[in-house]
Write a protein that binds this ligand. Structure first.
Ligand code: ADP
Ligand code: ADP
Length: 221
Protein backbone atom coordinates (compact mmCIF):
# COMPACT_ATOMS: atom_id res chain seq x y z
CA UNK A 1 0.00 0.00 0.00
CA UNK A 2 2.61 2.52 1.14
CA UNK A 3 6.32 2.09 1.09
CA UNK A 4 8.88 4.64 2.20
CA UNK A 5 12.52 3.99 1.39
CA UNK A 6 15.41 5.79 3.01
CA UNK A 7 13.69 9.16 3.24
CA UNK A 8 15.80 12.16 4.16
CA UNK A 9 14.71 15.74 4.58
CA UNK A 10 16.60 18.88 5.58
CA UNK A 11 15.23 22.31 6.41
CA UNK A 12 18.10 24.50 5.23
CA UNK A 13 20.92 22.99 7.29
CA UNK A 14 18.80 21.08 9.81
CA UNK A 15 18.60 17.38 9.03
CA UNK A 16 15.03 16.52 10.17
CA UNK A 17 14.62 13.06 8.55
CA UNK A 18 17.74 10.89 8.46
CA UNK A 19 16.72 7.82 6.50
CA UNK A 20 13.19 6.69 7.33
CA UNK A 21 11.94 3.41 5.85
CA UNK A 22 8.52 1.90 6.32
CA UNK A 23 6.03 -0.45 4.64
CA UNK A 24 2.38 -0.53 5.62
CA UNK A 25 -0.78 -2.38 4.53
CA UNK A 26 -4.29 -1.25 5.62
CA UNK A 27 -4.52 -0.83 9.37
CA UNK A 28 -3.93 1.74 12.08
CA UNK A 29 -0.31 2.76 12.66
CA UNK A 30 0.78 4.92 15.54
CA UNK A 31 3.58 7.43 15.27
CA UNK A 32 5.01 8.38 18.65
CA UNK A 33 8.04 10.39 19.65
CA UNK A 34 9.10 13.58 21.39
CA UNK A 35 8.56 17.06 19.97
CA UNK A 36 10.98 17.71 17.17
CA UNK A 37 11.44 14.01 16.34
CA UNK A 38 10.30 14.55 12.74
CA UNK A 39 6.73 13.21 12.81
CA UNK A 40 5.13 16.18 11.09
CA UNK A 41 7.98 16.38 8.59
CA UNK A 42 7.41 12.72 7.70
CA UNK A 43 3.68 13.27 7.20
CA UNK A 44 4.16 16.43 5.14
CA UNK A 45 6.67 14.61 2.95
CA UNK A 46 4.25 11.78 2.28
CA UNK A 47 1.42 14.12 1.28
CA UNK A 48 3.75 16.10 -0.96
CA UNK A 49 3.71 19.32 1.07
CA UNK A 50 7.49 19.12 1.28
CA UNK A 51 9.66 18.33 -1.73
CA UNK A 52 11.27 14.92 -1.96
CA UNK A 53 15.00 15.52 -1.46
CA UNK A 54 16.30 12.00 -1.04
CA UNK A 55 14.59 8.62 -0.84
CA UNK A 56 11.43 7.19 -2.30
CA UNK A 57 7.75 7.15 -1.44
CA UNK A 58 5.56 4.62 -3.22
CA UNK A 59 1.77 4.37 -2.99
CA UNK A 60 0.41 1.10 -4.38
CA UNK A 61 3.78 0.56 -6.00
CA UNK A 62 3.84 3.89 -7.78
CA UNK A 63 6.28 6.67 -6.97
CA UNK A 64 4.73 9.80 -5.50
CA UNK A 65 6.82 11.95 -7.82
CA UNK A 66 5.18 10.28 -10.85
CA UNK A 67 1.63 10.78 -9.68
CA UNK A 68 -0.66 13.31 -11.27
CA UNK A 69 -3.20 15.35 -9.36
CA UNK A 70 -5.99 12.81 -9.69
CA UNK A 71 -3.80 9.99 -8.35
CA UNK A 72 -2.93 12.09 -5.33
CA UNK A 73 -6.53 11.54 -4.29
CA UNK A 74 -5.16 8.32 -2.81
CA UNK A 75 -3.84 10.48 0.04
CA UNK A 76 -5.59 12.29 2.87
CA UNK A 77 -4.06 14.56 5.50
CA UNK A 78 -5.23 16.17 8.71
CA UNK A 79 -2.65 18.82 9.66
CA UNK A 80 -1.75 19.32 13.29
CA UNK A 81 -3.72 22.52 13.78
CA UNK A 82 -6.53 22.12 11.30
CA UNK A 83 -9.13 24.86 11.40
CA UNK A 84 -12.58 24.06 10.20
CA UNK A 85 -14.47 26.98 8.65
CA UNK A 86 -16.44 28.23 11.64
CA UNK A 87 -19.01 30.44 10.02
CA UNK A 88 -20.39 27.97 7.51
CA UNK A 89 -22.27 24.72 8.08
CA UNK A 90 -20.74 21.31 8.61
CA UNK A 91 -21.99 20.31 5.16
CA UNK A 92 -20.37 23.39 3.53
CA UNK A 93 -17.05 22.49 5.13
CA UNK A 94 -17.33 19.07 3.51
CA UNK A 95 -18.44 20.43 0.13
CA UNK A 96 -15.32 22.56 0.14
CA UNK A 97 -13.09 19.63 1.19
CA UNK A 98 -14.62 17.43 -1.52
CA UNK A 99 -13.94 20.09 -4.12
CA UNK A 100 -10.36 20.56 -2.88
CA UNK A 101 -9.80 16.81 -3.22
CA UNK A 102 -11.07 16.84 -6.79
CA UNK A 103 -14.30 14.92 -6.24
CA UNK A 104 -16.66 15.92 -9.02
CA UNK A 105 -20.01 17.46 -8.33
CA UNK A 106 -22.01 14.30 -9.07
CA UNK A 107 -20.07 12.16 -6.62
CA UNK A 108 -19.78 14.77 -3.88
CA UNK A 109 -23.27 14.40 -2.42
CA UNK A 110 -22.88 10.68 -1.86
CA UNK A 111 -19.33 10.97 -0.52
CA UNK A 112 -20.43 13.65 1.94
CA UNK A 113 -23.43 11.76 3.27
CA UNK A 114 -21.29 8.64 3.74
CA UNK A 115 -18.53 10.40 5.64
CA UNK A 116 -21.11 12.24 7.78
CA UNK A 117 -22.53 8.89 8.77
CA UNK A 118 -19.14 7.30 9.44
CA UNK A 119 -18.03 10.20 11.62
CA UNK A 120 -21.39 10.31 13.41
CA UNK A 121 -22.09 13.86 12.30
CA UNK A 122 -25.18 13.12 10.22
CA UNK A 123 -27.47 15.05 12.54
CA UNK A 124 -25.19 18.08 12.39
CA UNK A 125 -24.96 18.63 8.63
CA UNK A 126 -26.84 21.92 8.73
CA UNK A 127 -25.42 23.51 11.86
CA UNK A 128 -22.64 26.09 11.83
CA UNK A 129 -19.27 24.50 12.53
CA UNK A 130 -18.66 27.06 15.31
CA UNK A 131 -21.45 25.54 17.37
CA UNK A 132 -19.88 22.06 17.47
CA UNK A 133 -18.28 20.61 20.61
CA UNK A 134 -14.54 19.95 20.64
CA UNK A 135 -15.02 16.27 19.87
CA UNK A 136 -17.35 16.99 16.99
CA UNK A 137 -15.03 19.62 15.49
CA UNK A 138 -12.24 17.11 15.57
CA UNK A 139 -14.45 14.56 13.84
CA UNK A 140 -15.33 17.19 11.23
CA UNK A 141 -11.60 17.76 10.62
CA UNK A 142 -11.16 14.03 10.15
CA UNK A 143 -14.22 13.91 7.87
CA UNK A 144 -12.72 16.67 5.71
CA UNK A 145 -9.43 14.76 5.46
CA UNK A 146 -11.18 11.51 4.54
CA UNK A 147 -14.19 12.61 2.46
CA UNK A 148 -12.52 11.30 -0.70
CA UNK A 149 -11.75 7.95 1.02
CA UNK A 150 -7.98 8.00 0.65
CA UNK A 151 -6.07 4.71 0.70
CA UNK A 152 -3.43 6.36 2.87
CA UNK A 153 -4.51 8.83 5.56
CA UNK A 154 -2.09 10.79 7.73
CA UNK A 155 -3.56 12.34 10.83
CA UNK A 156 -1.33 14.64 12.84
CA UNK A 157 -2.43 14.62 16.49
CA UNK A 158 -6.13 14.01 15.84
CA UNK A 159 -7.00 13.67 19.53
CA UNK A 160 -5.29 16.73 21.00
CA UNK A 161 -7.52 18.53 23.48
CA UNK A 162 -10.13 15.78 23.64
CA UNK A 163 -11.36 14.05 26.77
CA UNK A 164 -11.07 10.25 27.16
CA UNK A 165 -14.61 9.57 25.94
CA UNK A 166 -14.12 11.67 22.83
CA UNK A 167 -10.78 9.98 22.20
CA UNK A 168 -12.51 6.63 22.37
CA UNK A 169 -14.95 7.87 19.71
CA UNK A 170 -12.08 8.86 17.41
CA UNK A 171 -10.39 5.48 17.97
CA UNK A 172 -13.53 3.60 16.93
CA UNK A 173 -13.82 5.76 13.87
CA UNK A 174 -10.22 5.15 12.81
CA UNK A 175 -10.56 1.45 13.36
CA UNK A 176 -13.60 1.41 11.08
CA UNK A 177 -11.75 3.32 8.37
CA UNK A 178 -8.62 1.20 8.63
CA UNK A 179 -10.30 -1.80 7.06
CA UNK A 180 -9.69 -0.27 3.66
CA UNK A 181 -6.95 2.28 4.31
CA UNK A 182 -3.57 2.78 5.89
CA UNK A 183 -4.18 5.18 8.78
CA UNK A 184 -1.06 6.74 10.26
CA UNK A 185 -1.75 8.78 13.41
CA UNK A 186 0.78 10.81 15.31
CA UNK A 187 0.01 11.21 18.98
CA UNK A 188 1.60 11.80 22.35
CA UNK A 189 -0.71 9.33 24.00
CA UNK A 190 0.07 5.63 23.93
CA UNK A 191 -3.52 5.08 25.18
CA UNK A 192 -4.74 6.30 21.79
CA UNK A 193 -3.02 3.34 20.20
CA UNK A 194 -3.39 0.48 22.64
CA UNK A 195 -6.70 -0.91 21.39
CA UNK A 196 -6.40 -0.02 17.72
CA UNK A 197 -2.89 0.15 16.34
CA UNK A 198 -1.54 -2.87 14.50
CA UNK A 199 1.90 -1.33 14.78
CA UNK A 200 3.62 1.51 16.55
CA UNK A 201 6.57 3.48 15.27
CA UNK A 202 8.59 5.62 17.62
CA UNK A 203 10.60 8.39 16.02
CA UNK A 204 13.59 10.05 17.57
CA UNK A 205 15.92 12.62 16.01
CA UNK A 206 14.75 11.95 12.48
CA UNK A 207 14.90 8.15 12.66
CA UNK A 208 12.50 5.33 13.47
CA UNK A 209 13.87 4.13 16.78
CA UNK A 210 11.25 1.45 17.41
CA UNK A 211 8.90 -0.50 15.15
CA UNK A 212 6.63 -3.12 16.72
CA UNK A 213 3.34 -3.79 18.48
CA UNK A 214 1.98 -1.78 21.40
CA UNK A 215 2.65 -4.82 23.63
CA UNK A 216 6.29 -4.93 22.51
CA UNK A 217 6.58 -1.24 23.30
CA UNK A 218 5.03 -1.64 26.75
CA UNK A 219 7.32 -4.59 27.45
CA UNK A 220 10.27 -2.23 26.99
CA UNK A 221 8.84 -0.25 29.91
P1 ADP B 1 7.52 16.58 15.37
O1 ADP B 1 6.31 16.61 14.50
O2 ADP B 1 7.98 15.21 15.72
O3 ADP B 1 7.37 17.44 16.61
P2 ADP B 1 8.72 18.13 13.25
O4 ADP B 1 8.72 17.27 12.03
O5 ADP B 1 7.67 19.18 13.37
O6 ADP B 1 8.73 17.21 14.55
O7 ADP B 1 10.12 18.85 13.38
C1 ADP B 1 11.35 18.16 13.29
C2 ADP B 1 12.50 19.14 13.44
O8 ADP B 1 12.53 20.00 12.32
C3 ADP B 1 12.39 20.04 14.67
O9 ADP B 1 13.66 20.18 15.23
C4 ADP B 1 11.91 21.35 14.11
O10 ADP B 1 12.37 22.42 14.88
C5 ADP B 1 12.49 21.36 12.71
N1 ADP B 1 11.60 22.09 11.78
C6 ADP B 1 10.31 21.85 11.56
N2 ADP B 1 9.81 22.69 10.65
C7 ADP B 1 10.83 23.51 10.29
C8 ADP B 1 10.97 24.60 9.39
N3 ADP B 1 9.94 25.01 8.64
N4 ADP B 1 12.17 25.18 9.30
C9 ADP B 1 13.22 24.76 10.03
N5 ADP B 1 13.17 23.74 10.89
C10 ADP B 1 11.99 23.13 11.04
P1 ADP C 1 -19.06 15.79 23.11
O1 ADP C 1 -20.18 16.15 22.18
O2 ADP C 1 -19.51 15.34 24.47
O3 ADP C 1 -17.98 16.78 23.18
P2 ADP C 1 -18.30 13.88 21.09
O4 ADP C 1 -18.85 14.84 20.11
O5 ADP C 1 -16.95 13.36 20.85
O6 ADP C 1 -18.37 14.46 22.56
O7 ADP C 1 -19.24 12.60 21.19
C1 ADP C 1 -20.64 12.69 21.36
C2 ADP C 1 -21.16 11.28 21.58
O8 ADP C 1 -21.01 10.48 20.42
C3 ADP C 1 -20.45 10.55 22.71
O9 ADP C 1 -21.41 9.89 23.52
C4 ADP C 1 -19.56 9.55 22.01
O10 ADP C 1 -19.41 8.37 22.78
C5 ADP C 1 -20.34 9.28 20.75
N1 ADP C 1 -19.41 8.97 19.68
C6 ADP C 1 -18.41 9.74 19.26
N2 ADP C 1 -17.74 9.16 18.26
C7 ADP C 1 -18.33 7.98 18.05
C8 ADP C 1 -18.08 6.90 17.16
N3 ADP C 1 -17.11 6.93 16.26
N4 ADP C 1 -18.87 5.83 17.23
C9 ADP C 1 -19.86 5.79 18.12
N5 ADP C 1 -20.15 6.77 18.98
C10 ADP C 1 -19.40 7.85 18.95
Amino acid sequence: MIEIRNLHFSYRNFHALKGVSLRAEPGVYGLLGPNGAGKSTLMKSVVGMLPLQKGEILINGKSLTRMDRSEKRLLGYLPQHFDVMDFVTVERNLIYAAWAHGIDRNEAGKAISEILEITHLGGKANVLARSLSGGMRQRLGIACALVHRPRVALLDEPTVGLDPLQRAGIRNLLLELSRESVILISTHLVEDLAAVASRVLVMNSGLIAFDGTVDDLNALG
